[in-house]
Design a protein around this ligand. Structure first.
Ligand code: GRG
Length: 301
């Protein structure tokens, strides 16, 4: 971090992105009257509940690198946040993590009921593809198709959902560091990779630039997850805004249980530095993405 001024600038930029994405989500998930009112209400409860909006910030920063219009990038950011929110709702369900608290408020199945939580998650997942495939997101149908494919692949069986399945099964077996790394790349890393690549897809840039962003996101995603494990092991629920101590309770292998607190933190710092180095080819124009990496390592929630 470039000192206090750097922190303030990053905080201001992240807050501005968060407010902007919330305005877009507010419009895309309207309050409705009539029989489906409860579904929309639960979707809004989850999607508009705050959160760091890190993935939207990465989408916007990557789009900015290639001169993609903010309005278009914001739609992709909102779609990605819909998928992220769906994953949190479903992950919190009694059949998965059985969590009571998310983003500092009762989880959707507690505030509403289990069936509504399942449907709100389903609806956010499908809404994401409706948003991305709309002409307003990009005039070129090949770009829209590329976005849909990349998003589906990041969220699906070889990405987030596959990682979640491996995670659930890991309660009954012991994963080594390679196993935990693969699981986390799929469960958490894949959506972060999509966020970083989205700008390159919308900007129709060369394969080497896209590859550099992918390498950045690969290391950033792992650093993000290690910090998440550190917060679960030593964070405070009120500060973090969700239940903590879940990993130790479940007996699952994590970066912290395998490496210990100190080595896990060192590894997260190393990965963050590596992520930043992958941005060298972009020069100063990638400063926002560099800031996002520094945010990940310093985050407290
Ligand atoms: C149920 C299909 C399905 C997938 C669940 C991502 C995931 C897979 C579960 C979330 C559980 C979890 C705590 C994962 C660790 C990393 C992570 C995604 C944390 C939450 O993301 P943040 O910190 O949350 O960006 P906010 O609230 O800031 O948006």
């Amino acid at each position: 971090m470039a000192g206090e001024g750097g922190v303030t600038t990053l905080e201001a930029a992240m807050n501005a992105t968060a407010r902007a994405v919330e305005r877009v989500l507010n419009a895309l998930i309207p309050e409705v009257d009539g029989p489906e009112k409860r579904l929309f209400s639960a979707m809004r409860y989850a999607a508009l509940a705050g959160g760091k909006r890190l993935r939207p910030f990465i989408v916007l920063s990557s789009a900015d690198l290639f001169g993609v219009s903010k309005e278009r990038a914001m739609r992709v950011a909102a779609a990605l946040e819909c998928i992220h929110t769906y994953s949190l709702i479903h992950d919190d369900l009694p059949c998965m993590d059985n969590a009571d608290l998310r983003r500092g408020q009762p989880t959707v199945h507690l505030a509403y009921d289990e069936a509504t939580a399942v449907l709100a998650g389903d609806a956010l997942l499908t809404l994401a593809f409706e948003i991305v495939s709309d002409e307003k997101t990009h005039s070129d149908p090949r770009v829209r198709c590329d976005l849909v494919r990349a998003l589906a692949s990041a969220a699906g069986p070889q990405g987030m959902v596959g990682g979640q399945m491996i995670d659930l099964e890991s309660e009954h077996k012991t994963l080594d560091i390679g196993g935990v790394t693969r699981l986390q790349q799929m469960k958490t890393g894949a959506l972060i990779s999509f966020a970083a690549e989205a700008g390159a897809i919308m900007g129709r840039v060369s394969a080497d630039k896209r590859q550099s962003l992918r390498a950045y996101a690969h290391d950033l995603g792992l650093a993000f997850q290690i910090v998440d494990d550190l917060l679960d092991a030593s964070g405070d629920a009120a500060e973090v805004g969700k239940d903590v101590g879940k990993d130790a309770e479940s007996g699952k292998a994590t970066f912290v249980t395998i490496l210990g607190l100190d080595r896990a933190r060192q590894q997260a710092e190393l990965l963050t530095d590596q992520a930043i180095q992958h941005l060298d080819i972009f020069g100063e124009s990638a400063d926002l993405l560099r800031s996002a990496a520094r945010f990940v390592i310093h985050r407290r929630l």
